[in-house]
Design a binder for this molecule. Structure first.
Ligand SMILES: Nc1ncnc2c1ncn2[C@@H]1O[C@H](COP(=O)(O)OP(=O)(O)O)[C@@H](O)[C@H]1O
Ligand SMILES: [Mg+2]
Length: 393
């Protein structure tokens, strides 16, 4: 029987949630039975989505809220607990189960070398039975462990599910599972029977949109950042992050730190570029720049100089042609001037710059290298070609 007070408690868990209300509600719907009737039923859910899409964020909130509300089954006195294990920190399932046990009983000790995963699972089940606890286990980043130890993960999941099988109605259910992964690929590595017997809901997380990223970073800035930052620069962060909230927040935090080191009261796009250069896999190196055809170098120099002097995150495309032509002239390369559009498109293809349509205008950004650094590299590299070089005199 569902008591009213529990229904109320569950209802109050539904709250406003930074663009993740829908996913959160799906999660609560899957767990409605477990939340209202701990010990009486089980649930299993898989959360999938790319890094930084808010999976752990939603689960941390789910865990905190379910713990805080001390949900208990009035009839059986079974209570609900929820633990979260990050599988990235584990090389085997043994230590995973050990961590779960120690989260329930901090004084528990076992020599890992001398015990098996299955044994530890039985010990855990005994503890839960004695304490009358139904446990929701969150296996965060489970795909990481599946990559390392597919067979072990198979037995781990199957082991937990065995406690719910072949038992009569009077025996309590002890475990529910939440598996978290980038996508569903990891399932291929696991035994089919693991997924056949229990209904498993899948909740997909999409990357955040630029608009949502802007709003969340903006709120963060208002609460936590004392330095000034232009709205345009926050948009810049939102575009660079491409839906990865971890990257977006790291960019703002590290850029804030860098601005501090540089004694700047304002966070400017140049700080973001410098930080992004360190954070992203895509690195523009001196060697890459040296190998580009001269037309590319001149275009990049045009862009770098413009960003350097304007301290802007975005440039209007229309500002560029005349600047580019004057730089071609400066370096005695007028024959390259006519390739303006081709070169710009090529640079976008190799992802050094990106172009964005905003209403009827086209804006251009440079995000992986500070403009100042880029300009310095190129000016040094192109020195020989300059008109005012003594050689030409
Ligand atoms: N909707 C949100 N509102 C506020 N912060 C968020 C939101 N989603 C994610 N974050 C923050 O962004 C970072 C990355 O999110 P996370 O949930 O860890 O991503 P995932 O687990 O999908 O890789 C975390 O610091 C998290 O707190
Ligand atoms: Mg995560």
């Amino acid at each position: 029987m569902i008591s009213d007070s529990i229904s109320q408690k569950v209802a109050s868990i539904f709250e406003d949630f930074n663009y993740r209300d829908y996913e959160y509600e799906l999660l609560l719907t899957s767990f409605r039975g477990v939340l209202t009737n701990p010990g009486g039923t089980i649930a299993r859910v898989i959360l999938i989505g790319p890094p930084g899409s808010g999976k752990s964020y939603v689960l941390n909130n789910f865990q905190a809220k379910t713990q805080k509300r001390r949900i208990m089954n009035r009839e059986t006195n079974f209570q609900l607990k929820c633990v979260n294990v990050n599988c990235i920190n584990h090389a085997s399932t043994k230590t995973v189960v050990l961590e779960i046990i120690q989260k329930i009983d901090p004084y528990f000790y076992a020599n890992v070398d001398e015990c098996q995963t299955a044994e530890l699972q039985y010990i855990l089940a005994d503890i839960l039975l004695a304490r009358k606890v139904h446990l929701i286990v969150i296996f965060d980043n489970i795909d990481d462990l599946v990559e390392k130890e597919p067979e072990e993960v198979n037995s781990l999941i199957y082991g937990f599910q065995r406690f719910s099988e072949g038992k009569n109605d009077n025996e309590p259910n002890l475990f529910s599972q939440i598996l978290v992964a980038r996508d569903l690929e990891f399932i291929v590595e696991l035994d089919r029977s693991v997924f056949r017997k229990i209904i498993t809901d899948v909740i997909p997380f999409e990357p955040y949109t630029a608009e949502q990223t802007f709003q969340i970073v903006n709120t963060f800035v208002k609460k936590k950042v004392k330095r000034k930052i232009a709205e345009e620069t926050i948009w810049f962060i939102a575009l660079i992050a491409r839906g990865n909230m971890r990257l977006a927040l790291e960019l703002i935090k590290k850029a804030n730190h860098l601005a501090g080191i540089k004694h700047s009261l304002t966070i400017i796009p140049e700080h973001i570029r410098a930080v992004n250069k360190k954070l992203t896999d895509f690195h523009i190196t001196k060697q890459m720049l040296e190998e580009y055809p001269i037309g590319y170098k001149l275009m990049l120099l045009t862009i770098a100089r413009r960003f350097k002097s304007a301290s802007r995150a975005f440039l209007n495309f229309l500002d560029l042609p005349s600047l580019y032509i004057s730089i071609c002239e400066e370096y005695n390369q007028m024959k390259n001037a006519k390739y303006f559009s081709d070169i710009l498109n090529d640079l976008e293809k190799i992802a050094i710059i990106s172009l964005h349509n905003v209403e009827r205008d086209i804006f251009l950004t440079l995000s992986d290298i500070p403009a100042n650094q880029l300009a310095l590299y190129l000016e040094k590299n192109l020195k020989q070609k300059r008109r005012d070089k003594p050689y030409f005199l």
